[in-house]
Design a protein around this ligand. Structure first.
Ligand code: F6P
Length: 334
């Protein structure tokens, strides 16, 4: 092991930069050379490499996003594309690749490892939907971003006695919605994993108003399913929050506003938790490679970073925390 490459791929997540920093500096500490790959797998195919020195990763600890950039690569999904990538890797005398990203990144790295290249996968996605880790880099910061927004929206919601429907990210998973909804005191949390009943959501809002609540907050993950939209003849026409907002306004008759938080959730300085997680993962990736253990997926289990095989990691599912869901329903509706 003499020369290692590091890449970030998939949706950016706050904490990717501290992770790159840890990978680079831990490599240098052990006398290894370290190469950054720009734009994820696309950069592997095109050979878009940069030598990383200690100063290259100076002053990035506090920055969201990724200095290495991220992109989708259709070419890497083809056998020819992967052969090109391997040729670039061999030409640049790279002995191993560390990849930071979500499940798509993991699948790409697994394919590389099957071509005989040692690879280490580090979980980073605000969705926190990777089966092989309790926490992925970026989740904590994203939840704090959502919470910050909920706190601000509450001020206006209370002043104007309105219902707010807040859409958070999570195409296929409700982890952000659940954590931020529980911490933010949402009256209802709608997520892709659980079918919701809009009548029940509205009953809670109406009951709350009867009990003297001055506002209601409904958190909706972008992938939340449910009953077909009810047309209220208004202008609320797109996405999960629009659909739910329309239905609530129509059924309750209460003034209802929607807010789609979008990419605001993915930006900003990484939290303490994400920086530490990222740093631990980055350092462990180099330890794994130096130990000659071959390819591995890193995960956090009960506050400990562990390395497991791709086969095991990719077969694991990450269920939602039903305790969060049930507690939130109890505590916010008394
Ligand atoms: O996977 C992270 C995520 O932020 C999802 O929550 C969201 O559905 C998706 O990425 C958005 O992707 P893009 O930034 O490509 O629009």
């Amino acid at each position: 092991m003499r020369r290692i490459a590091v890449l970030t791929s998939g949706g950016d997540a706050p904490g990717m930069n501290p992770c790159v920093r840890a990978v680079v500096r831990k490599s240098l500490y052990h006398g290894l050379e370290i190469v950054g790959v720009r734009r994820g797998f696309h950069g592997l195919v095109t050979g878009d490499f940069m030598e990383m020195k200690s100063r290259t990763v100076g002053d990035i600890l506090q920055r969201g996003g990724t200095i290495l950039k991220s992109a989708r690569s259709d070419e890497f999904k083809t056998e020819e594309g992967r052969a090109k990538a391997l040729l670039q890797i061999r030409t640049c005398e790279i002995d191993a690749v560390v990849g930071i990203g979500g499940d798509g990144t993991f699948r790409g790295l697994h394919l590389l490892s099957q071509m005989g290249l040692p690879t280490v996968a580090i979980p980073a996605t605000i969705d926190n939907d990777i089966g092989s880790t309790e926490y992925a880099i970026g989740f904590d910061t994203a939840c704090n971003n959502v919470l910050d927004a909920i706190n601000k929206i509450r001020d206006t919601a209370t002043s104007h006695e309105r219902t707010y429907v807040i859409e958070v990210m999570g195409r296929n998973s409700g982890h952000i919605a659940l954590a931020a909804g529980l911490a933010g005191g949402a009256e209802s949390i709608l997520i892709p994993e659980i079918e919701y009943d809009i009548q029940q959501v509205c009953t809670r809002i109406i009951d709350g108003a009867r009990q003297g609540k001055s506002h209601s907050i409904v958190i909706v993950a972008e992938g939340a399913s449910g009953a077909p939209p009810v047309s209220s003849g208004g202008t609320l026409t797109e996405g999960a929050a629009y659909r739910v907002g329309q239905q609530i306004a129509h059924i309750t008759g209460f003034e209802t506003r929607i807010i789609v938080l979008g990419h605001i959730q993915r930006g900003g300085a990484p939290s303490v938790r994400d920086r530490i997680l990222a740093t631990m993962f980055g350092a462990k990736a180099i330890d794994v490679l130096l130990a000659g253990e071959g390819s591995a997926v890193l995960g956090m289990f009960q506050n400990e970073v562990r390395a497991i095989s791709f086969e095991e990691a990719l077969s694991m599912k990450r269920p939602i925390n039903m305790d969060y869901y049930e507690l939130s329903n109890i505590l916010s509706n008394l």
